[in-house]
Design a protein around this ligand. Structure first.
Ligand SMILES: Nc1ncnc2c1ncn2[C@@H]1O[C@H](COP(=O)(O)OP(=O)(O)OP(=O)(O)O)[C@@H](O)[C@H]1O
Ligand SMILES: [Mg+2]
Length: 254
């Protein structure tokens, strides 16, 4: 299997609290990988480790055959990211904001136009960022992630705060990326019906542990074998997490 991201027993501890616990991910090149988990499960922390924003306590990872931490800088050049709510210079236009990132990344001017076009912001490029609606800000954040069309995108809840049509647009954009330029997307979201429509593979985290990893089809099989409702992703997700929580409570009582 051609994996572009693999993690091996990735672990993050804060004092005596384990936020990410021995997580081994396998993300296929050109796939959309839905990273799911309840609040506090460790999704953002895992993504931050992949981006070198926080150091793992244990474990390691490989991105496009490059090993962390040795190849950290090369790894970063290959990833576009959107982590939680991105911030911008409010008194600069959308285009100017992107141009700042473009210069840091040493890309060409046409990359800014390409990114604006990809997210449908071309006609609003000259509006000040502070005058953008929430949805436009999210799209500007995505445009920043897409600058230079990086082979890997890490998107942490990119549809947070969007209205239904904004969500629909972002979904279509994300879905188009693998065929558009063979991009691999790691995306976290609580909107399971959205993830169901775009993800090839799913990873489910709970309390820092990876409870399930596999294709949508594998997940359906797994649900049926476990006697869970397998009608939609949300039902399966809730059943898997609830079972794990029940077992945790039982173990805690022993
Ligand atoms: N800097 C920190 N210091 C201490 N604990 C932290 C720190 N960062 C994260 N945590 C804890 O690690 C756990 C995982 O947090 P994380 O943000 O990765 O969860 P998440 O899956 O992204 O949740 P959400 O869906 O709410 O975004 C939480 O319990 C959080 O409080
Ligand atoms: Mg998070």
């Amino acid at each position: 299997m051609d994996y572009i991201i693999t993690t091996e027993q990735l672990t993050k501890k804060y004092k005596n609290f384990t936020s990410v616990n021995n997580v081994s991910l396998h993300i296929r090149k050109g796939s959309i990988y839905g990273f799911l988990g309840p609040n506090g499960a460790g999704k953002s922390t895992t993504m931050k480790m992949l981006l070198g924003l926080t150091a793992p306590t244990k474990g390691n990872f490989t991105i496009d055959n490059k090993q962390f931490p040795g190849d950290r800088i090369t790894i970063l050049k290959e990833i576009g990211s959107f982590i939680e709510a991105p911030s911008f210079y409010a008194n600069l236009t959308g285009r100017e904001n992107l141009d700042i990132i473009r210069r840091i990344l040493d890309l060409s001017k046409t990359d800014v136009e390409d990114a604006l076009d990809l997210v449908g912001l071309t006609e609003f490029g000259d509006r000040l960022a502070k005058k953008y609606s929430l949805g436009m800000k999210q799209r500007l954040g995505l445009a920043g992630a897409l600058l230079g069309r990086p082979p890997i995108l890490i998107l942490d809840e990119p549809t947070n705060g969007l209205d239904p049509s904004g969500i629909h647009e972002i979904r279509n954009l994300v879905k188009s990326l693998p065929s558009l330029y063979n991009c691999t997307v790691l995306i976290s979201s609580h909107m399971l019906s959205e993830i169901e429509l775009i993800a090839d593979d799913i990873g489910i985290l709970n309390h820092g542990r990876l409870l399930f990893e596999g294709s949508m089809n594998d997940l359906r099989q797994y649900a049926l074998q476990s006697g869970f409702a397998a009608d939609n992703l949300e039902d399966v997700f809730l059943s898997i997490v609830e079972k794990d929580n029940t077992e945790r409570k039982r173990r805690a009582r022993l």
